[in-house]
Write a protein that binds this ligand. Structure first.
Ligand code: S3P
Length: 174
């Protein structure tokens, strides 16, 4: 149904992983999660990469992974880490990889979904709600600029979001 990668971008907690797996099933494509791939390649959890090597080292691993994916022929649904499209060179690479879909999520929803999470190093400080709002405000325009399609996820189930993406992908293939 699609001969291109479908790439999901968006903030932490926007549902990229859940929706990505469903979407891959529905489209009959392989699924790839960039965070998982980096953890495999580095043999280390993301939280530990941040703690022991710093955020910059993680960002470089993200860039290396994207460069590698551009050379591969396999078509996939690719769920990215929330910071992946922030560097202009990464945003360009994502656009070259295929159809970029932004899963938009408001700060309250993100907070509700992640308030008990311990695996998001950027949110482990004293004021997670404030951090979410600040990062969202900074990132929102970059997500929008990178994406061909924006899908709202607030108050919607993963299945609803998945179906909306499928309709958009079909539209894009005509
Ligand atoms: C990050 C998001 C995380 C992970 C890392 C940094 C970010 O991925 O890549 O903790 O900068 O937003 P998810 O968006 O899958 O939580």
């Amino acid at each position: 149904m699609t001969n291109t990668n479908v790439i999901l971008i968006g903030f932490m907690g926007s549902g990229k992983t859940t929706v990505g797996k469903r979407l891959a099933d529905r489209l009959g494509l392989e699924y790839l999660d960039t965070d998982e791939r980096i953890e495999e390649q580095e043999q280390m959890a993301i939280r530990r990469i941040f703690e022991e090597r710093g955020e910059e080292s993680f960002r470089q691993a993200e860039m290396r992974l994207l460069t590698g994916l551009l050379k591969e022929e396999t078509k996939r649904v690719i769920a990215t880490g929330g910071g992946m499209p922030l560097r202009p060179e990464n945003a360009e690479a994502l656009k070259r990889l295929g159809m970029v879909v932004y899963l938009r999520t408001g700060g309250d929803t993100v907070y509700d979904r992640l308030k008990d999470a311990t695996d998001r190093p950027l949110l482990l400080g004293g004021d997670p709600k404030g951090t979410i709002e600040t990062l969202l405000e900074r990132r929102e325009p970059l997500y929008r600029a990178c994406a061909q399609i924006t899908v709202d996820t607030d108050g919607r189930s993963p299945d609803q979001v998945t179906e909306e993406i499928i309709a958009a992908v079909r539209e894009g293939c005509h």
